[in-house]
Design a protein around this ligand. Structure first.
Ligand code: TYD
Ligand code: MG
Length: 454
């Protein structure tokens, strides 16, 4: 076995042959560190010693049953998991330090345990007494969860092997270490090896494993992205500082939809579920100010209404600012370019700020039209008709494309007291009692109809 020096990005795990300040793979700065990789010289023939077994594709499925799932009873969590916890699956829960991962998983552990699922919570960060104290604060002291405080992964695997729980929670993967890996805990090779061992163990023993991974800002500690490809399900726990609510988002799920979100609120007694996120996101909405538009979006399987806020002001800088919170910056640039090129509405010399109120991050293309509406509303200082929601995708030609699930969006809008909606023409016909649906054929018509310009 020869040791070859190489460099690894601690944010995404990409390997590089030489050091550089920025990782080409993920674009992160100062995350590349030297790593040692072991290169094994294969035997003479380059083949292994044991022959694996193969199956006919058609053989599968005959006696295949859907994987058994256990629901925790925390609906927001179960939905993101795709209906509950799948047996023998490996799940990664990533998020910024202090966002509430340990709180969420302790509550989940208690809920799973109360449904009868044998659960062990392994903390590598806190002593069992601290975990117990937190559990007491959360009102979970009587839940039948077993606790362990350890960071040596071999010992943990031995514990799991003898105790045979159905679910093991590992908090966090960055604190775990294997004596067979010559690197500090938290390094890319340790985190990778630990996650690999845990995942393999989960499959072999039929134990589900949930691993916590801290998102790291500096290059000393490997981030959760390093292990994303190994696990079945990747969830991220997000939230803005200063906001009480938290979003659990599935970014990868072998056993369910991958764009689902669960919404929670951090309270003094832990995380509580938010069953109606639209009401929460619209809660603090100022009525009808220019630049404010309500977008009827879909997050996973659920419609969510959010307020988009835009501010357009003459720029004192030689290069006008474009600032976006909660949406994609390049998508904003595209909308501005289309408005300029197709509708002759210039934004040069104007600073543009766009904010998704409440801290939700949206990625749906259907937000385009709502963004355009917010920008125009701010620029022209006019408001849309009251109690109106907007959705639809804008193409580079200035055309509008209908959004998916129009009916669900309208239904949600009606439920929250909206009376009108603006959407592109075409697509499946949809109507909702109590909602006046106004259709726009293209961006120019939209601008002309609602902003008296274009
Ligand atoms: P924690 O779960 O420890 O975060 P993580 O494991 O992601 O690092 O959450 C820590 C934060 O949550 C901390 O700032 C305090 C807050 N918190 C509450 O507001 N209420 C609670 O009941 C608990 C347990 C924590
Ligand atoms: Mg924690």
């Amino acid at each position: 076995m020869a040791k070859t020096p190489s460099y690894t990005c601690t944010a995404c795990g990409a390997t590089h042959t030489k050091w550089s300040g920025r990782c080409d793979a993920c674009g992160a700065w100062n995350t590349i560190t030297e790593a040692e990789t072991l290169s094994r010289t294969p035997g003479k023939s380059g083949l292994g010693t044991a022959r694996g077994r193969t199956l006919e594709l058609s053989d599968l499925g005959r006696d295949e049953v859907p994987p058994p799932r256990t629901a925790s009873g925390i609906d927001e969590l179960d939905r993101v998991l795709g209906g509950g916890l799948v047996e023998a699956s490996a799940i990664l829960v990533g998020g910024d330090p202090g966002i509430g991962k340990s709180t969420l998983l302790l509550q989940a552990a208690a809920s799973f345990a109360r449904t009868g699922l044998d659960t062990i919570y392994v903390s590598g960060e806190e002593a069992s007494a601290q975990v117990r104290m937190r559990a007491r604060r959360l009102g979970l002291a009587d839940a039948p969860v077993r606790l362990a405080a350890d960071t040596n992964l071999r010992d943990i695997l031995t514990t799991l092997d003898t105790e045979r729980p159905k679910l093991a929670i590992i908090d966090s993967i960055q604190t775990m270490w294997l004596d067979s890996v010559e690197a500090a805990p938290g390094s890319v090779s340790q985190v990778r090896a630990a996650a690999h061992e845990l995942t393999a163990f989960a499959k072999r023993r039929g134990i589900s494993v949930i691993m916590v991974g801290h998102v790291t800002k500096d290059g000393q500690i490997a981030g959760p992205r390093v292990v994303e490809h190994m696990v079945d399900t990747v969830l991220y726990f997000e939230g803005e500082r200063g906001h009480q609510f938290r979003i659990l988002r599935a970014v990868k799920n072998r056993f369910g939809p991958s764009d689902e979100i669960g919404v929670f609120e951090m309270t003094g007694a832990g995380l509580s579920e938010v069953a109606n996120p639209s009401a929460l996101f619209l809660g603090a909405r100022e009525t009808q100010s220019p630049g404010s538009v309500v977008f009827a979006g879909i997050e996973g399987t659920r419609p969510v209404l959010v307020e988009l806020q835009a501010l357009v002001a003459p720029s004192p800088h030689s290069q006008a600012r474009r600032t976006v919170v909660g949406w994609d910056g390049s998508r904003l640039a595209m909308i501005l370019a289309v408005l300029e090129a197709r509708c002759a509405i210039p934004f040069a010399g104007l600073d543009v700020y766009l904010n998704v109120a409440g801290g939700l991050k949206i990625s749906e293309p259907a937000a385009d039209l709502a963004v355009a509406a917010a920008l125009l509303s701010a620029r022209e200082d006019v408001t849309l008709p009251p109690e109106t929601v907007v959705f639809g995708e804008i193409s580079l030609s200035g055309g509008l494309r209908p959004a998916t699930q129009t009916e669900n969006r309208l239904k949600e809008a009606q439920k929250l007291g909206f009376t009108a909606a603006i959407a592109p023409t075409g697509g499946k016909a949809a109507a909702q009692k109590g909602i006046t649906l106004q259709r726009a054929a293209d961006l120019t018509t939209f601008v002309g109809d609602f902003f008296g310009a274009g």
